[in-house]
Design a protein around this ligand. Structure first.
Ligand SMILES: CSC[C@@H](O)[C@@H](O)C(=O)COP(=O)(O)O
Length: 367
């Protein structure tokens, strides 16, 4: 991964994040020294992507805790537990944030002494673990996809280095296939309305020189009908239920329908921290709804705003729909397991039993 793409920088006890609101026009890092700042960075989408959200929350609190002197381990434990509760209110859909908070709460509960230090060590470890897991996903995804006919892929949203601690999930597979000479071309959607594809995936693909073409979300069926060499659609996940139903960026569901109609594989790539075994199906997943003006107006930069200091320039928006237009803006949708061919995790590639419509991820992860 080039330094340009490093979304999360941690040099104990300092955390800074690449402000993704400014990409692809400007590369600016923001220092995160407190849990309030981490919460703001996540809620305002300075940082986004399921694994990155969890890690920024964990390390933001690690930075805060490192600068504090606690009277006792009990005081440290109570502080950390309260801040973990608070951080979980930043965004509702990606389970990684909740999984990380629960795991870190267990760490501080288990530490009889040195609670603050135990917390910082565990939060720091998440960064290394996520890169290692993504590399395993890339390797396993390459092996899985090698057998399928065709030499092109289609992906959605941004699932790369910017959405994780590094390398990426679905985009990590794209990276590895490209490096291995297994991939001739990747198509990627703009991912309306927030344009994670057009702004962020494009930034990653261009900076690494991967042969790629941006398409409108609405061009996908036409693309699949026209190009039989697209072997699979590969996407990330924000929360995968035990039966394999997968919440991911809005538009994922219709890609899965299009892939099924055109006889292409539809592959979900995610770390096991994105799997929520507490949920039997996707019906229980909370879907974040975002402001209407993300649809009724376009975010962007004018020549002068690109040069202006500060992130507030991002509030500059170009109105598209008439004032008074009502818009519905769910940030995620749930793709039924029946439409998913395989789920690639760092622990293995999971498929359905022959004739089953759903996965049994409880059994797969226990094996
Ligand atoms: C490895 S990131 C996987 C998903 O988190 C990604 O596809 C996605 O939906 C991100 O949504 P975002 O709203 O940008 O946080």
């Amino acid at each position: 991964m080039t330094a340009d793409l490093q979304a999360i920088r941690w040099a104990r006890p300092r955390l800074s994040i690449l402000n993704q609101l400014l990409l692809p026009h400007r590369r600016e890092y923001v220092e995160i020294a407190t849990s309030e700042q981490a919460h703001h960075a996540i809620a305002s989408m300075q940082t986004r992507g399921a694994p990155a959200i969890a890690i920024v929350a964990a390390l933001g609190l690690a930075a805060e805790v490192s600068a504090m002197a606690f009277d006792s381990d009990d005081v440290a434990r109570a502080h950390i537990r309260a801040r973990l509760e608070y951080l979980q209110t930043a965004r509702p859909t990606a389970v990684n944030l909740f999984e990380a908070a629960a795991r870190l709460a267990r760490v501080v509960d288990a530490a009889a002494t040195g609670v603050a230090q135990a917390y910082v060590d565990a939060a720091e470890q998440m960064l290394a673990d996520d890169v290692r897991d993504n590399e395993a996903i890339g390797r396993l995804g390459c092996e899985h996809l090698r057998a399928l006919p065709g030499d092109k892929l289609l992906t959605h949203c941004n699932t790369g280095a910017l959405a994780t601690a590094g390398h990426g999930t679905a985009l990590g597979i794209v990276r590895d296939m490209w490096r291995a000479g297994q991939l001739a071309h990747v198509f990627f959607t703009e991912t309306r309305p927030y344009n994670q594809g057009a702004r962020l995936t494009a930034f990653e693909l261009v900076s690494e020189g991967i042969a790629a073409t941006l398409v409108c979300d609405s061009a996908v069926s036409a693309l699949l009908a026209r190009d039989p060499s697209i072997k699979a659609v590969v996407v990330g996940a924000d929360r995968v239920a035990a039966n394999g139903d997968t919440a991911n960026k809005i538009g994922t569901y219709q890609l899965a329908i299009a892939a099924r109609f055109h006889g292409r594989a539809f592959v979900v790539a995610a770390p096991s921290t994105s799997i929520d075994l507490a949920l039997d199906s996707g019906a229980g997943i909370t879907i974040e709804e975002r402001p209407q003006d993300e649809i009724t107006a376009a975010a962007g930069f004018t020549a002068s705003s690109v040069a202006a200091p500060g992130a507030e320039l991002l509030r500059e928006r170009l109105q598209i729909a008439p004032t008074g237009t009502h818009a519905w803006n769910p940030s995620f949708d749930v793709t039924p397991a029946a439409l998913i061919s395989a789920i690639v995790t760092e622990k293995g590639v999971f498929v359905k039993r022959p004739d089953a419509q759903v996965f049994d991820l409880r059994a797969s992860l226990a094996a």
